[in-house]
Design a protein around this ligand. Structure first.
Ligand SMILES: C[S@@+](CC[C@H](N)C(=O)[O-])C[C@H]1O[C@@H](n2cnc3c(N)ncnc32)[C@H](O)[C@@H]1O
Length: 499
């Protein structure tokens, strides 16, 4: 049990803050090269930088981030007396070691510290079955993709170290976080205390701990790995459900747990069994009343998939690596899996008569956070669906502030010259556009109905107003859906949306 007492945890957090144990503080101490190496779990450069440095910040970094053993008196000088750190540290043969990693984590203006088990890369050893995952790439991806309206009740399923719950607490009146692992729940409760946030933790699988309840926002970075039945089980990545069933259950079960207008976002893996990558996620949504947008960010072939997850758990360091690799690969092949898709599923409850559906392979570079872009895409859909043409033209639409127009001009090859409008944030969508469209975007300033802007432009281009409007409507609809044009209603992300 890590520092069960909230006051003790907060006293420790204050001490860590006092020595500037923050993302920026550590970055400044280590310098860019060692800090970047540490991101990759390579500690050697950081150890080199900190050799012989017994300043308080250096001692904290060496103990809680690099996993070095030091003399207890150094920790007493830097942080607090060793006894009060209880199970966070152990002392053996006169040397103190941290039992868990306690890492700084920052979002915008907010600095947190988050405890978790030591990553395999830093310890160079395979992970235990009940390993508590720290904040990693998948955690931050989900956090940045989360839509963040101010809400009443939020739920984090499979909370692990509790990182999603920390984010949710910034814009939710109440947060419930669940896990099947008691160890995760205890580490997450410690992290909530350490960072002074209130979360209700509950034990159980998927929606079991919240039966009969509804939420405005549900997030989950579940144990989505499609494992072989013989693969070593790790709580953090293996659900015990066959294939991609854990994601199927989360997505299909969301409708019963969401309030009207509520959101559920799940980071997911899905088995690809033929040319139609979306076959599985589509089947999970088949009978669902929810709006849904499934974004596939990456696809791995079966062998690459097995390699990724065997090395993620450190099992590539074991002597029977090749045997396990072969077993897992054979299991995927027998199941007819030709690839595994990775991405985000966002569903939303009850806004439209017929549910909105989008299945998109989007491997392009994106500018995080995507959360506001995802919320705005749904809002754009609402706008076009709820406004017949005549009403749509009455809206005083505004060109989004991140739109850039780019012209590629090929001398002597006019057929290859092109103009595109590009969003420079979020999904960085592009739309081919003509001169009329460029003018339209430039004049859409939200001060007059877009129909009037189009009609006036039409006159300048020698078009009848009716013809100009008719030609422009499909373009305007597309520009609204992709957020190039919007109503002011969903323009500015709130502070919480940015976090
Ligand atoms: C990939 S970790 C996610 C941790 C954290 N939420 C994050 O974003 O980094 C998945 C978590 O789900 C938990 N888990 C495993 N099976 C579960 C189940 N059936 N129901 C709920 N949680 C489960 C694991 O113990 C683990 O903490």
């Amino acid at each position: 049990m890590l520092l069960p007492d909230r006051q003790e945890a907060q006293a420790l957090a204050q001490r860590l803050a006092a020595v500037n144990y923050t993302v920026d503080g550590v970055q400044d101490l280590l310098g860019p090269v060692a800090a970047a190496a540490l991101e990759r779990d390579a500690i050697t450069p950081a150890q080199g930088v900190l050799t012989g440095d017994d300043s308080p910040l250096s001692v904290v970094v060496r103990v809680f981030l690099l996993g070095e053993t030091v003399s207890p008196s150094l920790v007493e000088d830097a942080v607090c007396n060793v006894e009060s750190l209880r199970d966070l540290v152990s002392v053996d043969s006169g040397l103190l070691a941290a039992a868990v990693e306690v890492a700084p984590y920052a979002v915008d203006d907010k600095d947190w510290v988050v405890a978790a088990d030591w990553p395999s890369g830093r310890r160079r050893e395979p992970l235990a079955a009940d390993h508590v995952l720290g904040v990693g790439g998948a955690s931050t991806m989900l956090a940045q993709c989360t839509v963040r309206p101010e809400v009443d009740r939020a739920l984090d399923i499979g909370t692990g170290c509790g990182v999603q719950a920390l984010h949710l607490a910034r814009h939710s009146a109440a947060v419930v976080a669940t896990d099947v692992s008691q160890r995760c729940l205890s580490v997450a409760a410690f992290n909530a205390s350490l960072n002074g946030i209130d979360v209700e933790f509950r034990s159980g699988s998927l929606f079991e701990p919240v039966l009969g309840e509804r939420f405005d926002l549900i997030v989950s970075n579940p144990p989505f790995v499609i494992a072989s039945p013989k693969a070593i089980h790790h709580d953090y990545r293996d659900s015990g459900f066959p294939g991609d069933e854990v994601c199927a259950q989360l997505v299909s079960g969301a409708a019963e747990r969401l309030r009207d207008g509520g959101w559920c976002q799940v980071l997911a893996n899905w088995a690809i069994v033929d040319d139609d990558w979306a076959r599985h996620p589509r089947s999970w949504l088949q009978d669902s009343p929810l709006d849904a947008w499934v974004i596939q960010r990456d696809v791995q072939d079966p062998a690459a998939y097995v390699e990724t997850w065997l090395s993620d758990s450190g099992d590539h360091l074991k002597l029977d690596y090749h045997l396990r690799y072969d077993e897992w690969l054979t299991a995927l092949e027998r199941a007819g899996i030709v690839g595994v898709g990775f991405g985000l599923i966002t569903v939303r409850a009850g806004r439209q008569e017929s549910p909105i559906r989008r299945f998109e392979h989007a491997p392009q570079s994106v500018r995080q956070p995507l959360g506001p872009s995802i919320a705005n895409w749904f809002a754009g859909q609402d706008t076009v669906r709820s406004h017949p043409d005549a009403q749509l033209l009455m809206l005083p639409l505004v060109c989004a502030s991140d739109v850039a127009v780019q012209q590629t001009f090929r001398a002597n090859l006019p057929a290859e010259s092109a103009v595109v409008a590009r969003r420079t944030s979020g999904f960085c969508w592009e739309a081919p556009i003509d001169e009329f469209g460029v003018e339209l975007l430039g004049r859409a300033n939200g001060r007059q109905p877009i129909g009037e802007v189009i009609a006036a432009l039409g006159v300048e281009y020698g078009l009848e107003p009716a013809a100009a409007l008719e030609g422009a409507i499909p373009v305007v609809r597309q520009l609204v859906v992709e957020g190039f044009l919007h109503t002011d209603i969903h323009t500015a992300p709130s502070k919480a949306e940015r976090g």
